[in-house]
Structures are given as structure tokens and as C-alpha cells.
Design a protein around this ligand. Structure first.
Ligand code: IMP
Length: 425
């Protein structure tokens, strides 16, 4: 089976969890390569609903190996909670979940700094982060100050924490926040080290040996292209690279090992947090999409901002990631919309833009150019073949593919496992 990279092509929350769940059937190893517990991947199987933050969605298939790669920032306490929650629901992770010893650690002061900075920023300057400590942990990684998961096991924790805590407490005091409790941190991390010892491994070698043995890998991106620190709507982005390059840097697998790229797009657009969203709807249609699509953050519960499908964004994501196929999700959410629109280009100061401009100020002033489509006004959630969709729904999906130059590979018309079906892959 080919090695597949699955990326979000919008602002995250595209429904990657359920697509990974379907594609996991073809893979031996499922790998997360960036982000941290800011992600929330939701999978519904029968009456069970799982929300995974750090553990790859492949864990719900009992025969798959799952890897948390070196590119992540891992909160050990959140990971332990997730492992315990899975175990309580009968999902066995021992022996098949491996955490990179090179993965960066998120500790208490990262979360406190994230919250303190957000709360102190004036409304217009907030990123709207998930407050999971992601930005401060990646900043420490780049500054070469951070602890990695392997450091949990080297017996030097107390010493390693001492200097770091003093410096972070100075930063917290400047922000008017309470200091971190160093003793509590040491206690928590020492306990975490014992719990996680069997999971921490050299995943770079593990993955490359799996490749050599002909096992197939599925890379599970978190967040999305427009939240990428290089290609997204900077500074309203996350602090990692959800795009294709992140998969190699965040796993230690060579680029030539990736055989195909699947981009996940929702049939409309959502975003949580601050920053531009050119096709945003501020009316009752937006509210209906939010209600019908249950558009509330899986990690923070925040209502998601909703808008029309943005073909400029999807085309840009297809270009950057080399998307071979789209997985289009949540088509059923549009079932009762009379007239549907797609943003096909932007206009700003009398100029037309067919790709996403780098300047956030320019993007904020861009107005979409729309194409309109008649809605199909009938239920699609029981459909399991593309041919059985109403004519208008097929035309809408086809136009989405034509505008972005990428064929349809997978379609999803509901939250259940059976509602996500393959067309070409
Ligand atoms: P951070 O990743 O917590 O630093 O948040 C930075 C931005 O990315 C904020 O706008 C968040 O709402 C957004 N974000 C982070 N993770 C996700 C996700 O999994 N889905 C959607 N948005 C996310």
C-alpha cells in the first residue's frame, strides 16, 4: 500500500479524524508529525464518540501501530490522561503507541505563559490560541531551551527544571501572572516519566525500519494549511508546519517515501480564533451551518466561525502540499441551503487575486468573488455512492474540484464511519 500524507487544506477542523479512520484500514503505522494537544480529532463509531488530541486516530484500529513523532510538542500530563481515557473505554495502547524521544515537551509554564499573553493582549492583538502552551513550547524549541520527551528518562529532571523555572517565573511576573510551582512540576513530571517510560522510543529508527520492511505509513496532519506558521495567515496561525514539509521534519522519514497526498476540505469553511476569513458569513446562513455542522471546537468548545467554500484557499493548499486527491467532508451540512456560493477569487482595491496574498492587511480587505449554485434541498446523509447524490450536489462537488484542479478521492456525508466513502482511493 502507498505511504499517504493527509493534510488539512483550510483552517483545521476539516474532519481529518474520520478520513484518517477510513484510510487507516490501508496503513500499518499512523504517524502524527506536528502540533500538540491543541488538535481535536473526532471519530464516531456507532454510538461511541472519541476526541483525540495527541494520540493518532489510527489507535481505534486495534492492529495499527501509532507514532507521536519528533515534530510534536507533547504535554505529558495530557498524554497520560488521553491514554487512561482510551484504556477506560477498552482501547489498548500498550506496545503499539510510541512517542518520539525527540518530541518537545509542553510543561506547566508553557500553558501559563500562553494564557497570560493571550489574556493580557488587547482584543485586536489576540491570536485566540487554544491556551495549550503550543506557541511558548515551540518558541523554546527554536531558542534551544526546551526539554524533550527523552529528557524525562535521563534522571536529570530536577536539575534541568531549576534554571528554566526561574527564568519563566520572571517572564510570568512581567505579565502579571502567578509563578509556577516548581515542586509540583517536578512531582508531576517524575510521575509522568514512570508512566510514559514504556512509550518513549527512537521513533525515527522505528519508522525507517518499518519502511524498509515494506510496511505502509499514514501521516496524520493536525490543524490546517492556513494555520501553518509559514504559509498561513501569519500571525494568526499555530506555531508548527501542518503542510507537507512538516511531515518529513516531524517524523524523520525522507520526502521520497511519501507516495500520495490527500487534502481534506470541508464543503464550506470554518475557523476558530482570530484572523481573516474572507468568505465568512455573518448572517442566519452562517448560524445554520454552525448548528447543523455542530461547529464548536473539539478542544476548547468555542463556536467556529463559518463561511462559504473558499476555492482560493483550497487551490493554494493544493499547490503547497501537492494534493493528489480531495477528501470532501460534511457535504450533508449544505443539504438545506437554497443557494450555495463558492469564493472563486478575491478582489481588493480594484485588483483580482487568484491566490492568497501574504499581507494580512491586504487579505483582511479582500472581498471574495462568488459563483452561485442552486442547493439540492434533500438529505444526502444516507448516500454511500457518489452517483446516488442529487444532481445539484454532484455539480457542486465537481465544480469545487474543477476550480482547484484536484480530483475527488473521498466524500463524507455524516459523522459516522459508514458515511465516509471512497471514490477513487
Ligand atoms: P495554538 O495552536 O493553540 O497556538 O492556536 C493558534 C491558532 O490556531 C488559534 O487560532 C487556534 O484556534 C488555532 N488552532 C489550533 N489548533 C487548532 C485545531 O486543531 N483546529 C482549529 N484551529 C486550531
Amino acid at each position: 500500500m502507498p505511504n499517504t500524507l493527509l493534510i488539512g487544506a483550510q483552517w483545521g477542523d476539516e474532519g481529518k479524524g474520520k478520513v484518517v479512520d477510513v484510510l487507516s484500514q490501508d496503513a500499518d503505522v499512523v504517524v502524527r508529525y506536528q502540533g500538540g494537544s491543541n488538535a481535536g480529532h473526532t471519530i464516531e463509531i456507532g454510538r461511541d464518540r472519541y476526541v483525540l488530541h495527541l494520540v493518532p486516530s489510527g489507535i481505534l484500529h486495534p492492529d495499527k501501530t501509532c507514532v507521536i513523532g519528533n515534530g510534536l510538542v507533547v504535554d505529558p500530563l495530557a498524554l497520560i490522561q488521553e491514554i487512561k481515557d482510551l484504556a477506560a473505554r477498552g482501547v489498548r495502547v500498550d506496545g503499539r503507541l510510541h512517542v518520539s524521544d525527540r518530541a518537545q515537551m509542553v510543561v506547566a509554564y508553557h500553558k501559563m505563559l500562553d494564557a497570560a499573553r493571550e489574556n493580557r493582549s488587547p482584543a485586536g492583538a489576540r491570536i485566540g490560541t487554544t491556551q495549550r502552551g503550543i506557541g511558548p513550547a515551540y518558541a523554546d524549541k527554536a531558542a534551544r531551551l526546551n526539554l524533550r520527551m527523552g529528557d524525562l528518562l535521563d534522571g536529570e529532571l530536577e536539575h534541568s527544571l531549576a534554571d528554566r523555572v526561574a527564568e519563566k517565573n520572571r517572564a510570568l511576573a512581567e505579565l502579571g501572572a502567578a509563578p509556577v510551582d516548581a515542586r509540583q512540576m517536578l512531582q508531576d513530571l517524575s510521575a509522568a516519566a514512570e508512566f510514559l517510560r514504556p512509550f518513549i522510543a527512537d521513533t525515527v529508527t522505528l519508522l525507517n525500519e518499518a519502511l524498509k520492511a515494506g510496511r505502509s505509513l499514514l501521516f496524520e496532519g493536525a490543524q490546517g494549511t492556513m494555520l501553518d506558521i509559514d504559509f498561513g495567515t501569519y500571525p494568526y496561525v499555530t506555531s508548527s508546519n501542518p503542510t507537507c514539509g512538516g511531515a518529513c521534519a516531524g517524523s524523520g522519514v525522507p520526502a521520497r517515501a511519501i507516495d500520495r497526498v490527500v487534502g481534506v476540505v470541508k464543503a464550506y469553511t470554518t475557523r476558530v480564533g482570530e484572523g481573516p476569513l474572507p468568505t465568512e458569513l455573518h448572517d442566519s446562513v452562517g448560524e445554520r451551518l454552525r448548528e447543523r455542522g455542530r461547529e464548536f471546537g473539539a478542544t476548547t468548545g468555542r463556536p467556529r466561525r463559518c463561511g462559504w467554500f473558499d476555492a482560493v484557499v483550497a487551490r493554494y493548499a493544493a499547490m503547497i502540499n501537492g494534493v493528489d486527491f480531495w477528501a470532501v467532508t460534511k457535504l450533508d451540512v449544505l443539504d438545506e441551503v437554497e443557494t450555495i456560493r463558492i469564493g472563486v477569487a478575491y478582489e481588493c482595491d480594484g485588483r483580482r487575486y487568484d491566490t492568497v496574498p501574504a499581507s494580512i492587511h491586504l487579505l483582511e480587505r479582500c472581498r471574495p468573488v462568488y459563483e452561485e449554485f442552486p442547493g439540492w434541498m434533500s438529505a444526502t446523509s444516507n448516500v454511500t455512492r457518489f452517483e446516488d447524490l442529487p444532481k445539484q450536489a454532484r455539480a457542486y462537488v465537481q465544480r469545487l474540484c474543477d476550480l482547484t484542479g484536484v480530483p475527488l478521492g473521498i466524500l463524507s456525508v455524516g459523522p459516522q464511519r459508514a458515511s465516509t466513502f471512497r471514490i477513487k482511493i
